[in-house]
Design a protein around this ligand. Structure first.
Ligand code: TYD
Ligand code: MG
Length: 453
């Protein structure tokens, strides 16, 4: 028999190392490495999907290639993130901090999932009574929804085999345990074993499975990062603790793009879709204030408008302070350097704080120009017109470069009632400018700054 092997996993990023260390060499987190004994035996006895017979390789042309079958979850924003609905027989991991709304989302979609399908909702966190109370509050009472409060993996698999549901929801993976594994529930090896069993269940029986995974910085519980490579699709539910808005983002999708975001608002009656995120992101903009500029970035196929704020104040330190929230820190440092060199702003004598409102992360080149203009506006203490949006990438020589999908962006800018837009002079697309929008073309950051300030 093959010998067991001891390895150490980081419970934060899932990196594997042969030796224990205080600090994870991959993500730099401290005290997150946990021991994992890798046994050569497969998952759950008798239930595993081990291939007893060696299978013959097939010619790719002969492989039965049906289009993957998709169905709607009843929530347009969730369907969008999944790439146009959930795929039958796939395993979807929904990660997020505790209390962000994962259980609420999955229970809510049950009402439309149950249209012609059988759904089994397994919770290791709440009793059947608690689930019912929550479902009543969310007004989810479909006939074909079955609930089970259970944490033992073998029982869950047995119930699933008996009930034969089309969809299985497991809340959460960290509460499950497999009896064949001696480590505690929530440990890296338990979480991996249980996910592997879920994967076999979904692939062998064609059940679509949604698995909840809590993000936890504490080394005692393995986070969903450890599982990302095993599942078909990884969604993260994010949100600011003091805002009711929630973003759902795909970080991995075997059946679609990972660029899409879904936006929800947590209300008393559960999660409500926000089909128009720009409006929410621009809510409560200050009037007549310097240091703010509106950006338009592409989130997947959808243009989204967001407010960028900057505060530039004379520094009292030897090295000026810089912070950047919602925009890449190194990119911000680069833009400040370009502004110093090419637009004659003495930013090395000033602290600079950059913030994107609404919890959105602007990681797209089109956001360069609005960030730079917000900085310039605060530096000069002059107000950028409120009805203006800036789009463009900033190069190291201070030139403004073109970005993709300009027409889609301009249409969204006009739709939200903005009157002016500054864009790169050179654009590869043939522009169709909406009638009521005034477009200004700029070559470099000097021109852009002189125009708006
Ligand atoms: P929950 O779905 O239990 O979070 P998770 O499963 O991700 O841990 O959401 C819990 C939070 O959501 C809690 O703070 C209360 C809030 N909430 C509402 O505001 N309205 C609702 O209808 C529900 C069900 C929850
Ligand atoms: Mg929950």
């Amino acid at each position: 028999m093959a010998k067991s092997k001891v390895v150490f996993y980081c419970s934060s990023c899932g990196n594997e190392t042969p030796k224990w260390q205080g600090k994870c060499p991959a993500c730099g987190e401290w005290n997150t490495l946990v021991e994992h004994i890798e046994k050569p035996t497969p998952i759950v006895k008798g239930k595993s999907f081990s291939l007893d017979m060696p299978r013959n390789a097939q010619r790719i042309q002969d492989v039965d290639s049906q289009q993957e079958l998709r169905f709607s979850t009843g929530m347009g924003e969730l369907d969008r993130v999944l790439g146009g609905g959930a795929v039958e027989g796939s395993l979807v991991l929904v990660g997020g901090a505790p209390g962000i709304g994962k259980s609420t989302l999955l229970l809510q979609i049950c009402s439309s999932l149950c249209n012609g399908r059988k759904v089994l909702y397994v919770s290791g966190e709440e009793s059947e009574k608690q689930i019912k109370l929550r479902a009543q509050r969310l007004r989810v009472m479909p006939e074909e929804l079955f609930i089970l409060s259970e944490t033992r993996l073998s029982d869950i698999i047995e119930t699933t085999n008996k009930l034969q549901p089309d969809i299985l929801i497991v809340d959460s993976i960290q509460t499950l345990y497999s009896e064949t594994n001696e480590s505690a529930p929530g440990s890296v090896s338990q979480v991996k074993d249980c996910t592997m069993s879920m994967m076999h269940l979904s692939k062998s029986q064609g059940i679509t499975i949604f698995v909840v995974g809590h993000i936890n910085k504490d080394g005692a519980i393995a986070g969903p990062k450890v599982l990302e490579h095993m599942v078909d699709c990884v969604l993260y539910f994010e949100g600011d603790s003091n805002s009711s808005y929630r973003l759902l983002r795909a970080v991995k999708n075997r059946f679609g793009s990972t660029n899409e975001i879904g936006v929800f608002e947590m209300m008393d009656s559960g999660l409500v879709e926000v089909p128009n995120p720009s409006k929410m992101l621009l809510d409560g903009r200050p009037e007549g204030a310097s240091g703010t500029c509106v950006a338009c970035v592409m989130e997947g196929t959808r243009p989204v408008l967001a407010e960028v704020q900057a505060l530039v104040t004379r520094t009292t330190f030897n090295v000026p302070r810089r912070t950047s929230d919602g925009f890449d820190f190194n990119r911000a440092a680069l833009l400040l350097a370009v502004a110093e060199k090419r637009a004659n702003m003495k930013l090395s004598l000033f602290d600079a704080y950059i913030n994107v409102i609404g919890g959105l992360q602007l990681d797209e080149p089109g956001a360069d120009l609005p960030v730079l203009l917000a900085v310039a506006s605060s530096y000069r203490d002059k107000v950028i017109p409120e009805d203006l949006v800036a789009i463009g990438e900033v190069g190291l020589t201070g030139e403004i470069r073109s970005v993709s999908q300009m027409n889609a962006r301009l249409a969204e800018v006009a739709r939200l009632g903005f009157k002016q837009c500054i864009i790169p002079k050179k654009t590869s697309e043939k522009l169709e400018i909406p009638g009521e929008l005034q477009v200004y073309y700029v070559n470099n950051i000097r021109e852009a700054i002189e125009f708006v300030l």
